[in-house]
Design a protein around this ligand. Structure first.
Ligand code: PRP
Length: 215
């Protein structure tokens, strides 16, 4: 039997995902060691491997088949637009992609002014402004702390994830428009889905049943 490999998006999400997997009998003790510098973890009994990757790299590992299954946010899937199967919405890590900025920017959005939009998600921002709103804008790619952009005058608005809204509030910014809701998804490599259909289908069914019961 060959190994089924999981790529998990590093961070908050990975911990929650490991808990779900544990509850359906998929455990990986060595992954829990907070001191470990190991990158890949193996469960020999189940013939499964797990690794943590930067969220934006998860769809890449899955598309190329280096991982059979990936668990990652819908934000990353939309931004990376990789060829893979999105098979299940875990319903965790719920948040939304928003256009945010100071209240004064609301009018500029309404009047379709040529504004600057800063985002860690340039593709999502471009798709929203060009294809949904039909507004020409200049998109500026940033790598984090995007809320700074309207404060220091780099851009009029941002396109970013809003979960509790605390970051925006503490920086005097508001949600101006909602782009889409987000949550964690299970994705599968297209070849693995055919070659390992039975094991992968059972796994997804177990996760789904467990998640549905929790609702
Ligand atoms: C994300 C996002 C917002 C914040 C939203 O940032 O980019 O800044 O969380 O959460 P809230 O609505 O609950 O305040 P993240 O922590 O991923 O760091 P980043 O600034 O590097 O993007």
């Amino acid at each position: 039997m060959r190994y089924i490999t999981f790529a998990l998006a590093k961070g908050r999400l990975a911990k929650e995902v490991m808990k779900i997997l544990e509850n359906i009998g998929i455990t990986c003790e060595e992954m829990k060691d907070p001191e470990t510098r190991k990158l890949i973890f193996v469960n020999e009994e189940l013939k499964m491997k797990f690794f943590l990757a930067k969220p934006s790299d998860v769809p890449t590992y899955v598309e190329y088949g280096a991982a059979d299954i990936g668990i990652v946010g819908k934000d990353t899937l939309l931004e990376e637009n990789r060829k893979l199967y999105e098979v299940y919405d875990l319903g965790i890590g719920k948040c939304r992609m928003c256009v945010a900025g100071p209240e004064s920017a609301r009018e500029k959005l309404q009047h379709h002014e040529l504004i600057r939009v800063a985002s860690k998600y340039p593709n999502i921002a471009k798709d929203y402004f060009y294809n949904v709103k039909h507004q020409t804008v200049e998109i500026i790619k940033l790598n984090g702390s995007v809320e700074l952009a309207p404060i220091v005058g780099l851009a009029e608005v941002i396109v970013d994830i809003v979960e509790t809204g605390t970051t925006l509030k503490e920086n005097g910014l508001n949600v101006l428009e909602t782009v889409c809701p987000l949550s964690a998804r299970i994705v599968v490599n297209q070849v693995s889905m055919k070659m390992e259909n039975e094991r992968i289908t059972k796994l997804i069914r177990d996760i789904r049943e467990y998640q549905e019961e929790r609702k």
